[in-house]
Ligand binder design. Structure first.
Ligand code: SF4
Ligand code: SF4
Length: 152
């Protein structure tokens, strides 16, 4: 073993070099860790996340015409559309159930929707403590997820 190697070991040169490199990344400008949930990361433009049942922005009425095409398009059969006939024989949406626990976010349901009522949004915070919590009813679909917002 050469004197050079022995001296490096005695004076812990490699350890000090490693520590110097480690601490050089402690500067706020050099931090690469995402600061979620304080800072929400941007998701890809075509990301398909939480489903949303859209309402008309002015009237607040649902855009859904209860045609059931989304349920028929879903390979997992996880959408259940409830409807009733109005007095003038029009179909009116009553209930809408979407089982997120079985959804693979393929987007076939939103593609099938003729009026853009059903949409897979960029919301990604859909975790819940129970399986039942993943079965969204019409109200949950219209309101969307309500995750806790953290601030510094
Ligand atoms: S995204 Fe795919 S699996 Fe999920 S409800 Fe729509 S069609 Fe079904
Ligand atoms: S396809 Fe669209 S309009 Fe038809 S039931 Fe589904 S969400 Fe409603």
């Amino acid at each position: 073993m050469s004197w050079n190697v022995i001296l490096r070991r005695i004076f812990l040169v490699d350890l000090i070099k490693g520590l110097r490199l480690t601490f050089s990344y402690q500067r706020p400008g050099a931090v690469y860790t995402e600061q979620y949930p304080l800072e929400r990361p941007p998701v890809a433009e075509r990301y398909r996340g939480a489903p949303r049942l859209n309402n008309h922005p002015e009237t607040g009425e649902t855009l859904c015409i209860a045609c059931n095409l989304c349920a028929l398009a879903c390979p997992e059969n996880l959408i259940v559309v409830g409807w009733a006939r109005t007095e003038d024989r029009k179909k009116r949406l009553t209930t809408f159930t979407y089982d997120l626990s079985r959804c693979m976010f393929c987007g076939l349901c939103e593609d099938a929707c003729p009026v853009d009522a059903l949409e897979l949004t960029q919301d990604f915070e859909i975790a819940t403590y129970t399986r039942e919590g993943l079965i969204w009813d019409r109200q949950a679909l219209e309101e969307g997820p309500q995750p806790t917002r953290y601030s510094r």
